[in-house]
Design a protein around this ligand. Structure first.
Ligand SMILES: [Zn+2]
Length: 435
């Protein structure tokens, strides 16, 4: 796309840590070449424009469960049974269609990058596809068509639980051992697409301790993600098996650090928080999912004070709304502490734009040289009218439905005119999965 230029005049925009007026942004080859408050010219975007929002934790196929798993009583584990039933049915073709529709919903909601935590690798009987990365390639192609930037976090998943082999649909997830996983991962490199190939440890349940160092080694130079302490039962089983918490296990294996993102980090000890903080590990909270699954409320502020960096994700997609995730960080902390005012709107916006968790270190601000992502909100909707037009409006009043215009890498990828079409596409793709 050499030489592609465009320019927008942003009525109000979050630039340099403040909302400024009439910001002229010029874009060339997908990056900002100038950002000028008080400017003129360019295509005018009314409302409040934010940097692109980052969805740091996604399982695209879980979108097929929305409104279904919530119908009955149950636990995290009964939810997982229903999720596995969908996982058992998907093919590269149906997964492509479902992921494309889900990513279109995401991008229309204001997410410009997604971290896809991907473990559904093989055929239903566990045999690799002819292309052993057929599923990963389907996800990358789906993201490309939807216009969202993807970091494929290819996930190592080897055991059903501590010391238990994969069972049922889990045979689709496993590569036998960490060496097998690393060999398949290497096959994903060298793609001609603005894609990051990252690595993931599903959890300390699913990767035995002696296999973790192999994953850490293969993840060198890549983002490394891992589900951590979402459920108390996982902590208890880890303590019973190894005598340490999951965080301690990862710390001992050299898995923590600034390129690592631990997902959920809900049930932590004081020592766990210290380890995550001193290593500057990122912690991805997924509040709408953690709420839906009854996981609990993680110690967000304590992690941040210890030195960890908070990021956000929509995970199971019970909700796809980055504004809801941002404010939930503050509002859930209020419920947990019975006190208000833990995070400023600017801090919540920083958590919502943490693209570096996905290896996109040059996204997340409207500044010269950065990837040109823009998310414009209406400040005149039934939700935002009268709420002002600054960052607090975005974080505490807006919803995904207020997003009117989305630019990713300089390209317009969604407008409010697309909502009906995306709804139709989701209904068809999800209908096929449940047929
Ligand atoms: Zn997850």
């Amino acid at each position: 796309m050499t030489g592609q230029r465009s320019s927008f005049l942003l009525e109000r925009a979050w630039v340099d840590g403040a909302v400024q007026s009439d910001v002229l942004v010029e874009i060339e080859d997908g990056r900002f070449t100038s950002v000028t408050p008080g400017g003129s010219g360019g295509t005018r975007l009314r409302g409040l424009t934010l940097p692109g929002l980052a969805n740091c934790h996604s399982h695209a196929f879980h979108r097929a469960l929305r409104g279904r798993t919530q119908r009955e009583r149950g636990t995290f584990w009964t939810w997982r049974d229903q999720m596995y039933a969908v996982a058992g049915r998907l093919t590269p073709d149906t997964y492509f269609e479902l992921a494309r529709a889900t990513y279109r919903e995401m991008v229309a909601a204001g997410y410009t990058s997604v971290g896809e935590f991907h473990y559904l690798h093989h055929q239903p009987d566990g045999t690799p596809y002819d292309d052993p990365n057929a599923m990963g390639h389907a996800l990358i192609a789906a993201a490309a068509e939807a216009g969202i930037r993807i970091a494929l976090l290819d996930t190592c998943y080897l055991s059903s639980g501590f010391g238990r082999p994969p069972e049922g649909v889990q045979v689709r997830y496993t590569d036998g051992d960490a060496d097998g996983w690393a060999a398949r991962l290497a096959g994903l490199d060298g793609l001609d697409h603005p894609t990051v190939i990252g690595a993931a440890i599903h959890s300390v349940r699913a990767v035995p301790r002696d296999q973790v160092p192999t994953v850490v080694e293969a993840a060198a130079g890549r983002p490394l993600h891992v589900h951590l302490s979402e459920q108390v039962a996982e902590n208890d089983a880890c303590l019973a098996t190894y005598g340490v918490t999951p965080t301690q296990l990862l710390h001992d294996a050299g898995a923590l650090g600034p390129r690592t993102t631990v997902v959920h980090a809900t049930h932590l000890t004081g020592a766990d928080i210290t380890h995550l903080g001193t290593t500057r590990t990122r912690a991805c909270f997924c509040p709408t999912t953690e709420r839906d699954l009854g996981d609990g409320i993680g110690p967000g502020r304590a992690l941040e004070l210890a030195g960890a960096v908070l990021t956000l994700g929509s995970d199971s997609h019970a909700v796809i709304d980055p504004f809801e995730e941002m404010r939930a960080l503050e509002l859930d902390e209020r419920l947990a502490t019975q006190q208000r005012g833990h995070w400023t709107a600017a801090e919540l916006l920083a958590a919502g734009t943490a693209h570096e968790s996905l290896g996109f270190d040059d996204a997340g601000t409207i500044a010269v040289g950065q990837r040109a992502d823009l998310v414009t909100l209406s400040t005149e909707s039934t939700r935002t009218a009268g709420a002002g037009d600054d960052e607090a409006t975005a974080v505490f009043a807006a919803t995904a439905a207020d997003v009117t215009h989305v630019v990713v890498d300089g390209r317009v990828v969604a407008t409010s005119d697309d909502h009906e079409d995306i709804g139709r596409e989701l209904a068809i793709a999800i209908g096929k999965v449940h047929a």
